[in-house]
Design a protein around this ligand. Structure first.
Ligand code: KIV
Length: 273
């Protein structure tokens, strides 16, 4: 077995992601919310599986990430940890589970870790959630930060447009990114911000910066699985690359099945007992 094969089978940990950044190896992260998809993306060799609160949109059909509950996130994360063997599994802390106070934040994070088996949590925000992050980290729970477009604050910003285009907002983002690293976050997601700003943050930080709509100058990329597989054609932001057209494949297969059932072609003699 070559060293590379051994490395490809080795469990991904938070410290391994930091090593990957040091070596200049890009990190591939993707979302998943269920056992079957987690098994498939893990088997393909993904480094990190994010059980994103985008489950609120793509699994439940809500218009925003706000309604998903802690119980629902734990359910999805448990399904994913049942399937993932090698990838690091990170679970989003849902809206309302950590913003109130740091004690509540810690008990939410403990529930995620104990009940789902996820290996880290992700939280949106910087200075304003500092105490919650500190308390969670003190309990030995790894935290991934998330800055830029933070969908849990959609009602404050009113739009999903590119963030941190103004100098003032860019400066706050840079200060928050440094703060998150100083507090002890093991990595940071930057969502939908100018590529030059994301590159600058990634070059200034030692922890890996994973981008979504943040250009190629960062240490890794994350996409929502259903979006990159072409299962959700109503969502076409500029940053999204589609790697498959599963909505057409699924529609074709199910239409074919319906035809076969209606015409009594299915099941045939070999498909019965
Ligand atoms: O919930 C999610 O899927 C996310 C990614 C878009 C980073 O937070």
């Amino acid at each position: 077995m070559s060293t590379n094969t051994v490395d490809n089978q080795r469990k991904v940990t938070t410290s391994r992601l930091i090593e990957m950044k040091r070596r200049g190896e890009k990190i591939a992260m993707i979302t998943a919310y269920d056992y079957t998809m987690a098994t498939l993306v893990d088997g393909a060799g993904i480094d990190v599986i994010l059980v994103g609160d985008s489950a609120s949109n793509v699994m439940i059909g809500n218009a925003t990430t706000l309604p998903i509950t802690l119980d629902q996130m734990i359910y999805h994360a448990k399904c994913v940890t049942n399937g993932a063997k090698r990838a690091l599994v990170v679970c989003d802390m849902p809206f309302g589970s950590y913003q109130g106070n740091s004690k509540e934040a810690l008990s939410s994070a403990i529930r995620v870790m104990k009940e789902s088996g996820a290996e880290a949590v992700k939280m949106e925000g910087g200075e304003e959630i500092r105490e919650s992050i500190e308390r969670i980290l003190t309990a030995g729970i790894p935290v991934m930060g998330h800055l830029g477009l933070t969908p849990q604050s959609i009602n404050k910003f009113g739009t999903y447009a590119v963030r941190a285009k103004s100098e003032r907002e860019a400066e706050k983002l840079i200060a928050d990114a440094h703060l998150l690293q100083e507090l002890g976050c093991f990595s940071l997601v930057l969502e939908k911000i100018p590529a030059d700003l994301a590159r600058r943050v990634a070059s200034e930080l030692e922890i890996p910066v994973i981008g979504i709509g943040a250009g190629g100058g960062v240490d890794g990329q994350v996409l929502v699985l259903q979006d990159m597989l072409g299962m959700n054609n109503g969502f076409s932001p500029k940053f999204l690359r589609r790697y498959a057209d599963l909505s057409t494949v699924i529609n074709g297969a199910v239409s074919h099945y319906i035809e076969d059932v209606k015409s009594s072609d299915f099941p045939n003699e070999n498909e019965q007992y």
